[in-house]
Design a protein around this ligand. Structure first.
Ligand SMILES: [Zn+2]
Length: 376
């Protein structure tokens, strides 16, 4: 079996959505720097993401929207029509210097991943995971939808049955639009209830193609383990997928400034470990995550997990220096970061009781799958 491959790029290092936007913090560059400092990213496992050609993006996005993105990048101005029609230049989806190149690079990595996985293997594309992007507009910090493009690329390369698993704190509304009613796709999403975009309620099967589990605030590691073992893994395995696409957003951890879940990064890594080997192809994407230390540590641990590398108790000096070099301007969490954000990758576990509402919702979903809601 070939070694897992990591798709990254330098464009993410200094790119920011603006001084007050949650995506002002570095994320992908931290993962690359930490992985290299730990000796886990030799050049034969690293691939520089190609920037997707505009034409390649129109397999799902509208040509008008792709034109608008390029024009806005060139002029750095969104017209009122760009904002009304495509939500470009809004507070959520601002104009910034790399407004086309950056998402097109994440998308280029995901399109390439679909090709590279033709004959099987494992690929990690942490720049990817923009699951809110819509065909004709930006949505929730996502200008394109690279998970959708990855899955369409897999299809083009002969892969039919795909299980998409998304444990980001937010619901994958863009992916759900793309694969609604697709009999060869199963989308499993866990997401914080009542959090933006407020889609993906428990009863919503996306035309028989989705399992949606909204979770209450404060979700802990024990609850995620329960969901993993009772719902996610058995349902994914029963679908007999030819490929698994796993969106491992890092905004479900306790220190994230946008969501209100209480996970430690152990929970994310344990879900990933349980998915490894369930299908001949595995693509792991990034996603949300707005605390620069949490994202860097969690996503580096994802790469360690894929390579079955042991995570050291205490980081070597070069890795610690990467974490000490991060800042989090404009957030109280950046004022006095706890020491373990600099010296470790692994959080202390955050176990707790499994609440009845979680048990009842999982039971409801299993019943729904066995009944009429199952895909035929
Ligand atoms: Zn999110």
């Amino acid at each position: 079996m070939d070694k897992p491959r990591f798709i990254g790029a330098e464009i993410f290092r200094h790119s920011s959505y603006g001084r007050w936007h949650p995506l002002r913090v570095p994320r992908v560059s931290t993962v690359m720097d930490l992985s290299r400092a730990l000796g886990w990213l030799p050049s034969d496992q690293f691939i520089t993401a190609p920037r997707a050609k505009p034409k390649a993006l129109t397999v799902w996005h509208t040509p008008d929207y792709i034109d608008a993105l390029q024009r806005v990048e060139a002029s750095q101005i969104a017209t009122p029509q760009d904002t009304t029609r495509h939500d470009l230049g809004s507070v959520t989806n601002p104009v910034y210097p790399e407004i086309f190149r950056r998402p097109a690079t994440a998308a280029g990595g995901s399109l390439l991943a679909g090709e590279l996985l033709r004959d099987g293997g494992v690929i990690y594309n942490p720049p990817g995971g923009t699951h809110h992007g819509m065909p004709d507009r930006a949505n929730g910090f996502c200008y394109l939808n690279d998970p959708v493009l990855a899955m369409l690329s897999l299809r083009r390369n002969g892969v039919r049955r795909i299980v998409y698993i998304d444990i980001d704190a937010h619901h994958c509304d863009g992916v759900a639009v793309a694969f609604h009613g697709d009999p060869d796709c199963l989308m499993i999403s866990t997401h914080e209830e009542r959090l933006w975009p407020r889609t993906g309620p428990l009863e919503d099967t996306a035309g028989g193609s989705a399992i949606n589990l909204p979770v209450p605030r404060g979700l802990n590691d024990s609850e995620m383990a329960y969901i993993r073992d009772r719902l996610v893994v058995p349902q994914a395995a029963a679908f007999e997928p030819e490929a698994i696409v796993f969106l491992c957003g890092a905004d479900g951890v306790e220190e994230d400034p946008l969501a209100h879940l209480n996970l430690s990064n152990n929970a994310h890594w344990a879900v990933l470990r349980a998915l490894m080997g369930l299908a001949p192809r595995l693509l792991v994407l990034g996603g949300g995550g707005y605390n620069p230390w949490s994202v860097g540590r969690l996503w580096t641990g994802v790469w360690a997990t894929l390579n079955r590398q042991e995570i050291p108790q205490r980081l070597p000096a070069a890795a610690e220096a990467v974490l000490r070099g991060l800042t989090f301007e404009g957030n109280r969490r950046g004022k006095n970061p706890p020491e373990h954000w600099f010296t470790t990758l692994r959080d202390p576990p955050r176990d707790g009781p499994v609440r009845d509402e979680i048990r009842n919702r999982v039971r409801f979903l299993l019943r729904q799958r066995r009944g009429g809601g199952a895909i035929r």
